[in-house]
Design a protein around this ligand. Structure first.
Ligand SMILES: [Zn+2]
Ligand SMILES: [Zn+2]
Length: 185
């Protein structure tokens, strides 16, 4: 049985303005993690029709669908990770750190709540930065995990554990547990 298929590349898409340090950090860490080619694509500008003013949040499903149709991704087997710096929600949740689909392999993360400044915090500036970037990495790997077919894992240390709060994100590692690893081969 020949199951050796080419690895999909990962493409990072900044939505509106995005910090270059975050983009290059993600590019490096995802390349090391998934051992595949990672590119940062041109940014996509989105307007106010994705913004819900009564919630002061953006609709994650709508942005993801817009990116998929704008870039014509329906036939692509690459992975597309959108990175947004505003708060996201879905109709069933009051906020989400990210959202992902499998056909095509497109996902989005918001770095908004991952920033230690979003909630009150006691860390020093250096620690804050470290914490911020480690959260971004975990949430990006988590959403990419969904795009390649992984579901939520009940191991609280596994990167595929569902983060209901930032504490969950901080407690998990940026790694797939053995069970999840088996699934992705
Ligand atoms: Zn998830
Ligand atoms: Zn797992």
């Amino acid at each position: 049985m020949n199951i050796n298929i080419m690895k999909p590349n990962i493409n990072i898409i900044p939505i509106n303005e995005q910090n270059n340090n975050i983009l290059s950090f993600l590019k490096d860490s995802l390349r090391k993690k998934f051992l595949t080619q990672v590119k940062v694509l041109d940014k996509i500008n989105i307007g106010n029709n994705f913004y819900n003013s009564s919630r002061n949040q953006y609709n994650a499903n709508k942005i993801l669908n817009f990116v998929i149709s704008d870039l014509g991704l329906s036939d692509s087997r690459d992975i597309f990770l959108s990175v947004f710096n505003k708060d996201l929600y879905t109709s069933s949740l009051n906020f989400v750190f990210g959202l992902a689909g499998q056909y095509p392999r497109a996902c989005i993360i918001s770095v908004c709540r991952l920033n230690p400044e979003f909630y009150e915090c006691k860390e020093t500036k250096d620690d804050k930065n470290h914490l911020y970037f480690s959260r971004i990495k975990k949430e990006a790997i988590h959403e990419i995990g969904h795009t390649i077919g992984l579901e939520h894992c009940n191991n609280p240390n596994c990167v595929m554990y569902f983060s209901n709060t930032l504490e969950d994100t901080d407690n998990k590692e940026d790694k797939f547990c053995d069970n999840c690893k088996k699934f992705i081969g």
